[in-house]
Write a protein that binds this ligand. Sequence first.
Ligand SMILES: [Zn+2]
Length: 276
Amino acid sequence: MRSFARATICALYKYSGLMALQERIAYWSGRRFMSVVLFHRVTDAIPEDDLTVSTEWFKSFCELMRDRFNVVPMTQLYRMLNKGQTPPMRTVAITFDDCYRDYVAAARTLAHYKLPATFFMPTGYVGTDHVFPWDAGLKRMPNLPWSDIREMQSLGHEIGSHTVTHADLGVIPAAKARRELADSKKTLEDRLQRPVRWFAYPFGGKENFRPEYLPLAQEVGYEACFSAVSGFVQPQMRGILPRDAMPYFRSLLHLELHLSGCLDWWYNAKRRVGLL
Ligand SMILES: [Zn+2]
């Protein structure tokens, strides 16, 4: 009943034109809401959960992105940030972490909708039968072979690094962190014959990356680093960029409201009274 009421309010808000008006006012007043969204599993092999969306949901997400958002390759998002350019309304970049074999199908779906994405790979597990500890007990989900990653690249997607061994950079020493950063980059560049510019650190929380490793990542040659801490990417942001893990909301209407920045006032209100 509550979710029905919420869906009705969201629909009224959108279809009355209030949402578009609010967005325009925010844009005119200089507020920007760029997002980097993060997927983990796009599969029908296991039930949907906080890390998993079905192929049907993903298709609907792609339609929403094509019809209502400005999806850009990471290169373009980075260029806008670097040059201080004003991003168009509803600018979004799409990313994936880990090396599930289902990603090749997701990459083809994205290409069908002409949506570019970046896939962050833990290079040590590509082409292996490694099972991630958090997947123990779930139906077996194979890992991508290099041939699929090459196909994903040829479809127009970018490949970034997610370390070699999916290491927690919040706990490992600097020498090991350097190897994780440098070796994964080198492996990807050797295998794919393209420069690797982006890095997403595993586990993604604030505690999973030591601040002193950011200069290390830059020294190794990465131009941008990504967490999985949610939030909007602001034009003046440097350092580690936030990402919103999908499905942030299972309702696409609710997700649209969120990514367009229209719920920001609500989050701020909740923050003020200590609910966020
Ligand atoms: Zn990961």
